[in-house]
Design a binder for this molecule. Structure first.
Ligand code: E4P
Length: 218
């Protein structure tokens, strides 16, 4: 399973990239706003810091303007994945950009039917939002299960399932159990995956015993 980080904070991205565990980055207009940076600058910087796909979202809503924005974003760096919303204009734009060789991440997916359309539009990634579905009392992980099942039934579909709107580690583990291709994690959730109290307790005990031996490895 690939791990993307869901942030436009370049310091966070650099720190997480240094772990060697990061496969890409996703951003959206809200994350760009939170960064306080100019979008084109921050996307260029992230693309230089990370080898994998970096999602940069269009903000136009009609096909012609989306396409112009998508083409401009794609020119920033080879690893830009243009993000478009799951609307008729978004999918029309997805198809054109995909045919031009640009990776497209179709975002704001909330149903299996929408995911099916995105695969037919040749999206590189479909982003189903599990947390936002859970927030309204619907089954976010059920959506992931449905999409994975549908995509597996059609090997000609090349679209990767990118689980988005992740709120906690259980979302990550359930996505992995279902065989989702990618999870995009808020930095705090990614960091929390390292944690277990028995790891901390066990390490403290090992170090205390080691100290008693009076030895040193180096
Ligand atoms: C990522 O591609 C999505 O934009 C993001 O995961 C949405 O997360 P949120 O529901 O926490 O805003």
């Amino acid at each position: 399973m690939k791990f993307f980080v869901d942030t436009a904070d370049i310091a966070e991205i650099r720190e997480l990239a240094a772990t060697g565990l990061l496969d890409g980055v996703t951003t959206n207009p809200s994350l760009i706003q939170k960064s306080g940076r100019k979008m084109l600058d921050v996307i260029a910087e992230i693309c230089a810091a990370v080898e994998g796909p970096v999602s940069a979202e269009v903000t136009a809503t009609d096909h012609a303007a989306m396409l112009a924005e998508g083409r401009k974003l794609a020119k920033i760096a080879k690893n830009v994945a243009v993000k478009v919303p799951l609307t008729p204009d978004g999918l029309k734009t997805c198809r054109v950009l995909a045919d031009e060789g640009t990776k497209v991440n179709v975002t704001l997916c909330f149903s299996p039917a929408q995911a099916l359309l995105a695969a037919k539009a040749r999206a590189a990634f479909i982003s189903p939002f599990v947390g936002r579905l859970d927030d309204i009392g619907q089954d976010g992980m059920g959506l992931i299960a449905d999409i994975v099942q549908i995509y597996r039934s059609y090997p000609a579909f090349k679209t990767e399932v990118l689980v988005a709107s992740i709120r906690h580690p259980i979302h990550v583990i359930e996505s992995a159990k279902l065989g989702a291709d990618v999870a995009t994690l808020p930095p705090a959730v990614l960091r929390s995956l390292f944690n277990h109290p028995l790891t901390d307790k066990g390490l403290a005990a090992f170090l205390a015993d080691w100290k008693k031996t009076g030895q040193s490895i180096l």
